[in-house]
Design a protein around this ligand. Structure first.
Ligand SMILES: [Fe+2]
Length: 308
């Protein structure tokens, strides 16, 4: 266990490149609200050697190319539209090098590391492109709910905003501080605890770092304006990846990665091979029961020993 922590610490200390602005205020917001916005601009992206306009063009190109069938490399049927209010494009690091660069941005790694506080890996990278005038999402969290307070936060997502986002084009609605509550989001608690939501006002070029246990949903797109975002999603290494990177990255993409990247994407020989079978049947009630027991055991004991 200790070896894995050491390995991760060495990965984190190697994040000493590029231009980083995340600070204590952001970390405090992550603690208190469950999210923070980095008010970054075009210059920030330039300093990180990323051509933002090209990133935006590449996004449009992929959206055009993949159309409605985009987004579901991980085995979901292409015929069925799983999210009618938005187009998704998945497996981005395999489609253009710029997405790999984005996934390694120092501020993303530092923010995610602050939330997860345990060794983590990339889980998936997607584009979400809401359909004009599309409906709002249901309120949700993005992962299995925490069952007890000793469960750590084992997933975190960075959103890169390619367009301005506000109430009019369906920006994210968030209930600040709800990452600390256990279980799934529910409207009863909103009423009894008088929870207030925030509708994010975010500009193009900005980055949102979201502890995905914070209750949230994308709003209704009222004015039909674009609201494209790139999600870079990270999970604790003990979890499976939303998209199995060993399986979905082409060999030449992996071969071109340096050691740091291979570690982040968990595509080294020593990184466990994820079970497609388990992924396929993960919603089966027996596996769900197993997962619940495993979560309790893991968080109560293994995670405890991890830190020893
Ligand atoms: Fe979500």
């Amino acid at each position: 266990m200790r070896k894995k922590i050491k390995e991760h610490e060495s990965f984190i200390s190697s994040i000493n490149y590029g231009y980083s602005i995340i600070n204590k205020e952001n970390f405090d917001e992550l603690d208190k609200q469950g999210y923070t916005i980095l008010r970054t601009n075009l210059n920030y992206w330039k300093k990180n050697n990323i051509d933002f306009e090209k990133l935006s063009e590449t996004t449009d190109k992929l959206c055009k190319m993949e159309g409605k069938s985009g987004g579901w490399e991980n085995g979901k049927s292409k015929e069925k539209n799983w999210e009618p209010s938005a187009q998704r494009i998945s497996n981005l690091p395999n489609k253009d090098k710029v997405f790999i660069k984005v996934s390694m941005l120092p501020d993303l790694i530092k923010g995610v590391n602050y939330v997860i506080k345990n060794p983590f890996k990339l889980s998936s990278m997607q584009i979400r492109n809401p359909i004009p005038f599309g409906e709002k999402q249901e309120m949700h969290i993005d992962w299995r709910p925490r069952l007890f307070n000793y469960f750590n936060f084992n997933q975190c997502t960075a959103f890169i905003y390619l367009d301005d986002a506000n109430e009019e084009n369906g920006s994210l609605n968030i209930y600040p501080g709800t990452h600390k509550l256990l279980g799934n989001p529910n409207f009863e608690l909103i009423k009894t605890k008088k929870l207030k939501k925030v509708i994010l006002n975010v500009k193009k070029y900005n980055i949102l770092i979201l502890n995905i246990f914070t209750w949230h949903y994308g709003g209704k797109n009222l004015n039909g304006k674009k609201r494209r975002t790139i999600f870079s999603n990270y999970r604790e290494r003990s979890e499976w990846q939303q998209l199995n990177q060993k399986r979905f990255l082409d060999k030449n993409v992996i071969d071109n990665m340096d050691y740091k990247l291979k570690y982040l994407y968990a595509v080294r020989a020593e990184d466990k091979n994820e079970s497609q079978w388990f992924y396929k049947y993960r919603n089966n009630y027996l596996l769900k029961g197993y997962q619940k027991t495993r979560d309790i055991f893991y968080h109560k004991y293994l995670n405890y020993f991890n830190k020893k």
